[in-house]
Design a protein around this ligand. Structure first.
Ligand SMILES: C[S@@+](CC[C@H](N)C(=O)[O-])C[C@H]1O[C@@H](n2cnc3c(N)ncnc32)[C@H](O)[C@@H]1O
Length: 268
C-alpha cells in the first residue's frame, strides 16, 4: 500500500472514529482494505479512497468494521465482574428496584452477556428491573452480538450450569453452536454509538459503565471527551471500569481511583 494512501486512510479513521493507526499497522490495514477492494471490484487503493470519501457513508461503516480490532471474550478480566457483583449485591440489599449498566464497546456480545449473567445471578426472581445497554461503532459486531451465537470453545469461561440455563444448542450450517436464550437477551439492548463523537444521546444515569479495551485506540483529546461523557452518565457512587491495560491518568476527571482500572463517581 502506498504510504500516501495509508496516511489518508489513517486520517479517515481518526476523523471518523478517533482511531489512531500507527505506521506499524500498515500491513494490517493493507490486508484488510484489500478485502474491501475485492468486495467492491476495485483494482486500485486510491480509487477506494475516493469511494470512501464520496459515498453515502455505507463504505465508511464497512471500512471501520475492517480496521477495528474486535477481540473479546466471556469473563475477560474477571476481577471486574467480581467488583460489579459486590456493588450489585449492595444495591439489592438497599432495595434498589431499577439497575442500568452501559457496556460502551460491546464488540460481538461476550462482554454485555457476561454483564447480563452477572446481573441475573444477583437479581433473578427479585423483580428488579435491570438492563444492559451495549454499544459499539461496528455494525458487523453488533449484528453478531444481537444474534448471540457462540462456539463451544468461546464459552470456556461460562460454567456448565450457566451454559445449560442461559444458552440453547442450535445448529449453524451443521456446526453446533450455543445461542443466548431470549429471556437473557431481552435485558440487553444493542445500539451503534461512536465514542469519539460526544455528546451521546443517552440520559443515564447508569449504575456502572464498562468501557474496556477501546481507549487504547484513542488519543488524549478523544479520551477526554469520552471520560467527560462517562462522568456525566454514571450516577454518584457508580463504577466506571476500563481495561486492565488502560488508565484515566493524565485526563481531567473527578472520578476516584478504587484500584487500577476501576473508578468510582464521587458518591452522594
Ligand atoms: C478490542 S474490542 C473490546 C471489546 C470489549 N470491550 C472487551 O474488553 O472485551 C474494541 C471494540 O471497540 C470498538 N470501537 C472502536 N472504535 C470505536 C469507537 N470510536 N466508538 C465505539 N466503539 C469503537 C470496536 O468496534 C471493538 O468492538
Amino acid at each position: 500500500m502506498r504510504s500516501s494512501v495509508f496516511r489518508a486512510l489513517c486520517d479517515v479513521a481518526y476523523e471518523q472514529a478517533g482511531i489512531r493507526l500507527g505506521e506499524e499497522k500498515l500491513a494490517l490495514v493493507a490486508a484488510r482494505v484489500g478485502k474491501r477492494l475485492r468486495a467492491l471490484n476495485l483494482d486500485d487503493e486510491a480509487k477506494y479512497l475516493d469511494v470512501l470519501k464520496r459515498d453515502d457513508g455505507t463504505e465508511l461503516v464497512a471500512f471501520l468494521d475492517v480496521i477495528s480490532t474486535n477481540f473479546t471474550s466471556f469473563y475477560r478480566e474477571p476481577a471486574h465482574f467480581d467488583r460489579l457483583r459486590a456493588d450489585l449485591e449492595q444495591l439489592r440489599a438497599q432495595g434498589q428496584r431499577q439497575v442500568r449498566i452501559w457496556c460502551a464497546a460491546s464488540s460481538s456480545g461476550e462482554e454485555p452477556y457476561t454483564l447480563a449473567l452477572t446481573l441475573e445471578s444477583v437479581f433473578a426472581n427479585t423483580g428488579v428491573d435491570w438492563r444492559v445497554l451495549a454499544t459499539d461503532i461496528s455494525t458487523k459486531v453488533l449484528a453478531q452480538a444481537k444474534q448471540g451465537r457462540y462456539r463451544e470453545a468461546q464459552l470456556k469461561s461460562v460454567t456448565r450450569e450457566q451454559r445449560a440455563q442461559y444458552f440453547e444448542r442450535v445448529s449453524n450450517d451443521g456446526e453446533a453452536v450455543y445461542e443466548v436464550v431470549p429471556s437473557l437477551k431481552a435485558h440487553v439492548t444493542f445500539a451503534r454509538l461512536n465514542l469519539a463523537r460526544p455528546p451521546f444521546p443517552m440520559r443515564g444515569p447508569f449504575d456502572a459503565v464498562f468501557c474496556r479495551n477501546v481507549m487504547i485506540y484513542f488519543d488524549a483529546p478523544v479520551r477526554q471527551g469520552l471520560v467527560n461523557e462517562m462522568e456525566r452518565l454514571v450516577r454518584p457512587g457508580g463504577l466506571v471500569i476500563v481495561g486492565h491495560a488502560e488508565t484515566l491518568s493524565g485526563l481531567s476527571t473527578g472520578l476516584e481511583v478504587v484500584v487500577p482500572s476501576v473508578y468510582r463517581s464521587r458518591g452522594p
